[in-house]
Design a protein around this ligand. Sequence first.
Ligand SMILES: Nc1ncnc2c1ncn2[C@@H]1O[C@H](COP(=O)(O)OP(=O)(O)OP(=O)(O)O)[C@@H](O)[C@H]1O
Length: 315
Amino acid sequence: MIEFQNIGKSYGGVRAVEGLNLHIELGELVVLIGPSGSGKSTALKMINRMVDHDQGRILFEGREIYSFDVRDLRRRMGYAIQSVGLFPHWTVERNIATVPHLLGWSKESISQRVTELLTLFDMAPELFRQRYPHQLSGGQQQRVGVARALAADPAVLLMDEPFGALDPVTRTALQLELKRVHQTSGKTIVLVTHDIDEALLLADRIVLMNQGQIVQVATPLELLSSPASDFVLDFVGRSDLGIKLLSLKAVEPLVRHDPAPPGSPTLPQTASLREAVAILAAQGASVLSVLNAQQQPVGSLYASDIFVSHANTPA
Ligand SMILES: Nc1ncnc2c1ncn2[C@@H]1O[C@H](COP(=O)(O)OP(=O)(O)OP(=O)(O)O)[C@@H](O)[C@H]1O
């Protein structure tokens, strides 16, 4: 879908990105992460030519990006950034409709699409479509920013710290929404973040950068279980690596199909092992009753099974 071939970029003689090779597959959610100044934003912006590379080739759907009309290229790629960049004198509806409007969609199609997107992001259309950005909370503005990026149903969504500067609760809610949107739409998404937990939660693959170069490309589980170097280990957080690994593992494989003792604390079947450990510790319990979506018990989860199974995970 998007291919970086030996990409380089300098600003005034200073190398920001060097020797970048990466193939992003159709429908993948790839997270670019790394310390400040490592070249993440530059790499992202080269995809839609907000920044032009000066070495190598970038292919989009098999075609060199320099062979596209730049406006056409950008319309095919939704772009959402931390500062949101909503137009202050336009309503929510008009903001979301920016690209459909440029593409000459009919009034009815635009209105329908705005309703669809506001509903998707859990913002009642009748309440929000006529509001102006200053009448929204920060989290709502971010949602509108992402809705705008999705409006014309672009093949690709590029996101630069889209949930930065939000409180942790709103941030988590938006991350889960993005995960759901990705799973239901199957869009290719490239997201830049500083936040390793965000990367672990969302990414199909994580691209860890340092000083303009890729240090490791891996799935979240691979990154935690086989960090390529001490730099990676430090970046992902040496001290709480085990806890992070637990958050990637589902409880389901460890559920025993016999009922937990009466009065055991409960846990949804869809929870992660990290959540299970948190409840076990908080309640001082050694076994949990696992519930399905209908709140019916489906079995039990023993603390001893978690630690044995986790210890057996290949490092
Ligand atoms: N317009 C520019 N002019 C000059 N140098 C720039 C410009 N944009 C970025 N740089 C430099 O290029 C390097 C990479 O910057 P980039 O913004 O891609 O990093 P980043 O990993 O996204 O950083 P951050 O996490 O702080 O946003 C940095 O050293 C930065 O100072």
